[in-house]
Design a protein around this ligand. Structure first.
Ligand code: DC
Length: 221
């Protein structure tokens, strides 16, 4: 079984690279951030605050998450509804970061991620894959870039999708999420000791993909 873990902060390019690497290797890509975004969607839909630990715990038992692949793209169904189209809306990023700090949410998602990785060859991207979800993963990467570069990438992406936020707003959001994600009590964002560190600030996606694929094939020899 191949399990490739790609961790790092928001906007580091993890999902672009994870998708490209999965395609090159003919394996599946699991976007674990989308799982936390789906929990945020479910919680908000129930009118519960994403930081209300008791309230979230009260409704978590009813959350049924089903991850499917349709035409090669990951789709997340929550209690039978495909929530994928709503997950990248700007307010969902902060909501996902907040809800992901709740231990009950993390344990539920981590269990699903471990089950998934045990039965599929998969590239997973997230914050805690190499340190907490799959400490035994064969190949681990920690991908980052300067906050300014990450904000510029996210801003470009949002503007292309018709969003109307400023670069400064995106940078503020990235800084807030970096702080949240790396200071929470359970499984905070940090580099695993055996992860390969990649600073993508001055690299093209093709260069990063090539580096990851080459490293994976060397490790598998
Ligand atoms: O990768 P993303 O921006 O879609 O992730 C959204 C939020 O989910 C992120 O701010 C922190 C959380 N997350 C997490 O805590 N652990 C993961 N493995 C993936 C995401």
């Amino acid at each position: 079984m191949i399990n490739i873990a790609i961790d790092g902060p928001a906007g580091a390019g993890k999902s672009t690279i994870a998708k490209a690497v999965a395609k090159r290797l003919g394996i599946i890509y699991l976007d674990t951030g989308a799982m936390y975004r789906s929990v945020a969607y479910y919680v908000l839909k129930h009118g519960v605050s994403v930081s209300d630990e008791k309230g979230v715990q009260g409704i978590l038992g009813g959350l049924v998450m089903d991850i499917r692949y349709e035409d090669g793209a990951q789709q997340i169904y929550v209690c039978g509804e495909n929530v994928t189209p709503y997950l990248r809306e700007p307010h969902m990023s902060k909501a996902a970061s907040d809800v992901s700090a709740l231990p009950a949410v993390r344990y539920k998602m981590v269990e699903l991620q471990r089950e998934f990785a045990a039965s599929h060859d998969v590239v997973l991207d997230g914050r805690d894959i190499g340190t907490f979800v799959l400490p035994e993963a064969n190949c681990k990467f920690y991908m980052t870039a300067s906050p300014e570069e990450r904000a510029e990438r996210r801003h470009k992406e949002l503007v292309e999708k018709g969003g109307a936020c400023t670069l400064q707003e995106v940078l503020d959001d990235i800084n807030k999420r970096d702080y949240n994600d790396s200071h929470r009590a359970v499984a905070p964002l940090r580099q695993a000791d055996d992860a390969v560190y990649i600073d993508t600030t001055d690299m093209t996606p093709e260069e990063v993909t090539e580096l990851v694929v080459r490293t994976v094939s060397e490790k598998r020899k």
